[in-house]
Design a protein around this ligand. Structure first.
Ligand SMILES: Nc1ncnc2c1ncn2[C@@H]1O[C@H](COP(=O)(O)OP(=O)(O)O)[C@@H](O)[C@H]1O
Ligand SMILES: [Mg+2]
Length: 241
């Protein structure tokens, strides 16, 4: 995925200020930065949940189209997992996972269900298929959301603070699933406040501040020797307790 010189404004406010980032196949990039630095906006523009004012975003050399059928097809190649799960409350876990493959991809229901069951097994929830999302813990719901995104066979997965809404004891069960996915070779962009995870799971860490990518580099390098004052200031705040 190639993000080149992307600018996103909300009125006079510049939320993304000339952001460029390449994510290679199989690479895991974690994004850290203070609240309001533009991390969610970056995820949302990659998925065209937000339009951009200038710049380009390409997946496999193909620019993201503005709208229409082509956009729907390309969007399906980018799986997104949000902080707040966004599962359909009136559908069972299994139906949450099969809905898009059946409706968007036209996959036969029985085949979609079989795939959904194997994905549920992969995220450790084989026995939860018939439940409604409200009957699950937060950690379970987020693992269903991950299975749902995977059911579309995305080329890239975006995670926007996937553990921020979770009770502390559930964070690791979700991070473990994301780590397994990384080990399987999935290309991923993960916005996170979990600095241990950002350091251990990533091939590269990106630090954002005020809508800009201020640093991008190897995790050990970034966490031990941040080059900029802005990164040093951020790390001193998040690592001091
Ligand atoms: N729809 C919007 N309208 C106006 N301002 C927005 C909108 N979405 C985000 N912003 C602003 O853009 C900035 C970056 O937001 P966001 O990407 O959510 O930051 P982060 O995810 O790093 O906390 C914030 O100042 C936020 O208030
Ligand atoms: Mg955010």
């Amino acid at each position: 995925m190639r993000i080149s010189h992307v600018v996103k404004r909300f009125g006079d406010f510049t939320a993304l200020d000339d952001v460029s980032l390449d994510i290679h196949r199989g690479e895991v990039v974690t994004v850290v930065g203070a609240s309001g630095s533009g991390k969610s906006t970056l995820c949302r523009t990659i998925n065209r949940l937000e339009t951009i004012d200038s710049g380009t975003i390409e997946v496999d050399g193909v620019p993201l189209p503005e709208e229409g059928k082509e956009l729907a097809r390309l969007r399906a190649e980018v799986g997104m997992v949000f902080q707040s799960f966004n599962l359909f409350p009136h559908l069972s876990v299994l139906d949450n996972i099969t809905l898009a493959p059946v409706k968007v991809r036209g996959i036969e229901r029985a085949a979609a269900q079989e795939r959904a069951r194997s994905l549920l097994e992969r995220v450790g929830l084989a026995d939860q298929a018939a439940k409604r999302p409200t009957q699950l813990s937060g950690g379970q719901a987020q693992r269903v959301a991950i299975a749902r995104a995977l059911a579309m066979d995305p080329k890239v997965m975006l995670f926007d603070e996937p553990t921020s809404a979770l009770d502390p004891e559930m964070i690791n069960e979700v991070l473990d699933v994301i780590k397994d996915l990384a080990a399987s070779g999935m290309t991923m962009l993960v916005v996170t406040h979990e600095m241990g995870f950002a350091r251990s799971a990533a091939d590269r860490v990106v630090f954002m501040d005020a809508g800009q990518i201020v640093e991008a580099g190897a995790p050990a390098e970034f966490f031990s020797h941040p080059r900029t004052e802005r990164a040093r200031d951020f790390l001193s705040k998040v690592l001091s307790h």
